[in-house]
Design a protein around this ligand. Structure first.
Ligand code: ARG
Ligand code: ZN
Length: 405
């Protein structure tokens, strides 16, 4: 058995990767989470830890000694990935030069992204249009960019969103990169040109805008939305447990204080409802749904709410494997593909399963870099290679969809 932990000075937090392999795992796990306030990075809550799981956790400095003791008594082995999470977070902050400008190789703030959306749409009027489809809980706009050669008839479309989970900063960075590549390579890259001639791509750069803002201003490790729930002081719902797909039956929590809280009802979150309404309204044109998360280097497809295989399992798998191979061809980054339940963990209420059951056959969830070395704190120097390789996978899926309309 092993589990890992490090040494850390006061007031810093340590990040630990562990392999839990005891049969009293849940008891031990419970003690670690509840009494010691461990923050789970992977999986997202203690209920998803099973024997043999690889577990990434973050531990408050004041509990380090207690955690050492617990781990030693349990004879769990461990390895320290980030010794001082606070300085890793601080290292990601902008150097302070103001005013800040948008950059594709930086983690942009929401206000930078908003300004970038407007300038991109106005600079590319024939290819890009902006659409506000609603507002977040805190009143920020929920924005889509529709990308494609304008046409008098309705074109088939692909819907892609990024930033369901606030702390997964590489995801919105990828949606911005995708838009950049689309406008820069339309007309020169044959694959992009024919894709945007024949189809539209709806890109939602940030789904969980309130959470994203909060992860910049208050808590870098925030995951959920920022909605208030009656009867508790805990804030937010996990938007990827809030869709109406086996809602809250497995791998989700009904405890509002949990990081995987499924919400009061399916689509209780305004962000979920707004996107679900948009997709339902455009159900006949949307041929593929892609949602971008991090981290773990996975390309997942339905189902996650059940271990049953999707009706189109073999095609979904073949396309995922082709997309992963395309991704790997650039820098050798290895991806695993498969149905969510068996590949990562069963978890109901996800947007991928919901879109699939609505009739959108090509439904994929990306979990971008890395596999836990930096986790959510992926350095900005990895934005470019991550986006470049992911482009190959997304274009592979898009081209398959286009060729099979
Ligand atoms: N890490 C993602 C999450 O927890 C995985 C999503 C896979 N799909 C799903 N429907 N659970 O949200
Ligand atoms: Zn996520």
């Amino acid at each position: 058995m092993y589990f890992g932990i490090t040494f850390s000075p006061l007031n810093v937090e340590s990040f630990i990767r562990s392999l839990w392999s005891s049969n009293s795992i849940h008891k031990r796990c419970h003690r670690l989470c509840c009494h010691l306030q461990v923050d789970f990075w992977r999986p997202h809550s203690e209920d998803q830890v099973t024997i043999g799981s690889v577990v990434d956790i973050q531990i408050p400095a004041r509990y380090l000694n207690l955690v050492y003791t617990t781990l030693d008594q349990s004879a769990m082995e461990y390895e320290i990935f980030i010794e001082d999470v606070q300085s890793a977070v601080d290292g990601q902050a902008d150097s302070g030069a103001s005013p800040r400008a948008h950059s594709y190789t930086k983690y942009n703030t929401w206000s930078e992204i908003e300004a970038w959306i407007d300038s991109t749409a106005s600079a590319n009027p024939t290819l890009v249009s902006k659409q506000v489809i609603g507002n977040t809980f805190e009143g920020r706009p929920l924005i889509l960019l529709k990308i494609g050669k304008s046409s008098t008839s309705t074109k088939p479309a692909i819907f892609m969103d990024c930033g369901f989970h606030a702390r997964e900063w590489i995801a919105p960075a990828f949606c911005q990169w995708f838009v950049k590549e689309a406008v820069e390579t339309y007309g020169s890259d044959t694959e992009m040109t024919s894709l945007l001639n024949d189809m539209d791509v709806y890109v939602m750069p940030v789904f969980n805008v309130d959470g994203y803002v909060f992860s910049h201003t208050n808590n870098r490790m925030w995951r959920k939305t920022r909605s208030k729930i009656s009867g508790t002081s805990c804030i937010g719902t996990d938007p990827n447990r809030n869709f109406d797909a086996g809602w809250c039956t497995i791998g989700a929590s009904s405890d509002p204080c949990s990081d995987t809280f499924c919400g009061k009802t399916p689509e209780s979150e305004i962000e979920t409802k707004t996107v679900a309404d948009f997709i339902r309204r455009n159900k006949s044109t949307i041929k593929a749904y892609i949602t971008v998360h991090s981290y773990s280097q996975l390309l997942l497809f339905p189902y996650s709410y059940t271990f049953n295989l999707a009706a189109h399992h073999s095609e979904l798998l073949t396309v995922a494997q082709g997309a992963s191979a395309a991704l790997t061809s650039l820098y050798g980054t290895r991806y695993t593909s498969g149905p969510g339940a068996a590949t990562i963990y069963p978890a109901a209420g996800g947007s991928d399963d919901w879109a699939y059951d609505l009739g959108i056959k090509y439904s994929y969830t990306f979990e971008l870099r890395d596999t836990g070395f930096y986790g959510f704190l992926l350095p900005e120097s990895q934005i470019k290679p991550t986006c470049e390789e992911t482009m190959l996978a997304v274009k592979y899926i898009a081209t398959h969809v286009k060729n099979n309309l």
